[in-house]
Design a protein around this ligand. Sequence first.
Ligand code: ZN
Length: 134
Amino acid sequence: MRDLLIGLLAWLTAETGYVAPGTLPEIRLLSQSQIQAIALPHGPWIPLTAFYDDDVIHIDLRWDPATMKGHALLVHELTHWLQHKNGKRGPMCEWEQEAYAMADRWYRANGEEPPSIAIERILQTTCHWSLGPT
Ligand SMILES: [Zn+2]
């Protein structure tokens, strides 16, 4: 896991210009109900494959780190980690747009087309939509 994180962070920092801190985030594998309890304790129930919070990346334990899809998910969450560590400001939708764009770029850098756009992605990256009161 450590080698995977270091490799993806090296690629991400080269692509984005973000500076990697001298530490690595913790990866915590959780069941979907555990993820829901932490990320969306008051609902609504929205399936989340992963989310980032401070220095911890929470990922559904069904995640497969040996696949391109698994790597792309980690690229997305590591982008959020770098955004946070580099003091990025602005609305959540802009953070999401960049994180999805980096995951897409990761697919293409490895010779694959990114998967088609899911509705949750459209909602998260649309700046006129939010999960609830902010
Ligand atoms: Zn995200």
